[in-house]
Design a binder for this molecule. Structure first.
Ligand code: 5AD
Ligand code: SF4
Length: 439
């Protein structure tokens, strides 16, 4: 028997890429590959890339440059590029880095086994099509047992919103929702393998409109149906757009026990002028009204967001409006970005804000967010919450898990807590996690 070939996957960017990397590893498993965490022993290295950040493609090219010595030492080493940079750059990747054997876009992963057969014959393989067929249909279901008590499940992909700064509609294509019955099957399968918490993923997850047994279902209906799965205790979803937050989904935060009180709802800016130029089709006020309604349904909802500073033509006044919105909305977590022009998007052509000004705004924004984040953590001290334990902590005898509000929580407790949900009283708030005692 020959030794299995080793696959090393490096994942950049969003949670959807984490999910995709797992599915790709499984598809390559059919080709005899087993995963390794040691790049040096790999027979194949797959970079699953993200195009959101500044100079994303350049960073992939330099990463590929760093792989050159490995390839020289091991001429049989296969190198593949997947994800959104693969989609955006396509054949350019092989032109600039001829050692790359395979380039596969996010809509073509199910064709990986056939592509690998071509690579094994000494050919290069490139597929960045947006095929009609559903790629998920062709990917094997997850391995046994699950990697831990939490899992991602992609329910929707792509985006039709075309925010003026964003490449997603170009790299991930139009919005597609997966049908209800397959998602329910995948969710049941995950639970059978020990998963207690599922995060439903989609670039525009709350725009989900998948085919159900009696017509199209929205996200709230899907969540309620999944909440009925015995053993599935927690459901989350990300990322949402304010315009797709319908009444049923808002109500679900109040009446669906399994739906956790955490919502990532990016607003991007607090200035109506900038929001319009971003093509966001909501206003600061409509966003704040939405937050009020969500908190009426679930008073302890922890709100998280994305913000961009230095969007073209952003003035001090516009930026102040963003700070004001953050003060009013009260965030428990947030991701802050300095605007970076993405080639091919409308905003890239517009007059840019000088770097020094954008840097200064980013710092001020981060300081405010950090303050709010601390306040949210400190507000938990003295309260009881449930924690789903995932792994041992850094200190001996400690276990770490996630609270309902997605705070990392550590307690002194036995390893048998792993995969269990227990009540915990929070006794301290540190910068990165909360400390508690089993209640
Ligand atoms: N520049 C800066 N931030 C961006 N994002 C998306 N595109 C850009 C860009 N060109 C941010 C948005 C989005 C998050 C995933 O990344 O805030 O919500
Ligand atoms: Fe990009 Fe999100 Fe806007 Fe879609 S809604 S274009 S994914 S920022």
């Amino acid at each position: 028997m020959t030794a299995p070939k080793k696959l090393y996957v490096k994942t950049y960017g969003c949670q959807m890429n984490v999910y995709d990397s797992e599915r790709m590893a499984e598809a390559l498993g059919q080709q005899g590959y087993v995963e390794t965490t040691d790049m040096a022993e790999a027979d194949m290295i797959l970079l699953n890339t993200c195009h959101i950040r500044e100079k994303a493609a350049e960073k992939v090219y330099s990463e590929l440059g760093r792989l050159k010595p490995l390839r020289e030492a091991k001429p049989d080493l296969k190198i593949g590029v997947a994800g959104c940079v693969a989609q955006a750059e396509g054949a350019e990747i092989m032109a600039r880095q001829p050692m790359v054997n395979l380039v596969v876009g996010p809509q073509a992963y199910h064709r990986l086994p056939a592509m690998m057969e071509a690579v094994d014959r000494g050919e290069t393989a490139l597929d960045t099509d947006f095929p009609e067929e559903d790629k998920f249909l062709h990917l094997p279901a997850g391995r046994k047992p699950a990697r831990g008590p939490t899992a991602f499940l992609t329910v929707q992909e792509g985006c039709d919103k075309f925010c003026a700064f964003c490449v997603v509609p170009y790299t991930r294509g139009a919005e597609v929702s997966r049908p209800v019955d397959r998602l329910m099957r995948e969710a049941r399968d995950l639970v059978e393998r020990g998963v207690r918490e599922i995060t439903l993923l989609g670039q525009n997850v709350n725009a989900y409109h998948g085919q159900g047994p009696d017509g199209e279902w929205g996200l709230a209906r899907l969540i309620r149906e999944m909440a009925g799965i015995d053993g599935l205790d927690r459901i989350r979803f990300t990322t949402s757009h304010p315009n797709d937050m319908d009444d049923d989904l808002i109500a679900a935060f109040g009446d669906c026990e399994a739906l956790m009180p955490y919502l990532h709802l990016p607003v991007q800016s607090g200035s109506d002028r900038i929001l319009k130029r971003m093509n966001r089709s909501h206003t600061a006020e409509s966003y704040l009204t939405l937050i009020e309604r969500l908190r009426a349904a679930r008073p302890d909802l922890l709100l998280s967001g994305d913000f961009i500073v230095g969007f073209p033509e952003e003035t001090d006044e516009d930026f102040q409006a963003t700070l004001d919105l953050i003060e009013a909305a009260r965030y428990g977590a947030a991701y802050t970005f300095k605007y970076s022009p993405r080639p091919g998007t409308p905003a890239a052509e517009r007059p840019q804000v000088p770097d020094a000004i954008a840097d200064d705004r980013l710092q001020r924004l981060q300081a405010l967010i950090t303050r709010q984040q601390r306040a949210a953590q400190e507000a938990m001290v003295g309260k009881e919450t449930t924690v789903l334990f995932e792994k041992p902590g850094r200190m001996a005898g400690q276990m770490v898990g996630k609270s309902e509000h997605l705070h990392a929580v550590h307690v002194d407790g036995p390893e048998t807590l792993k995969g269990r949900i227990a009540r915990v009283r929070i006794i301290e708030a540190g910068p990165n996690s909360l400390g508690g005692v089993l209640a």
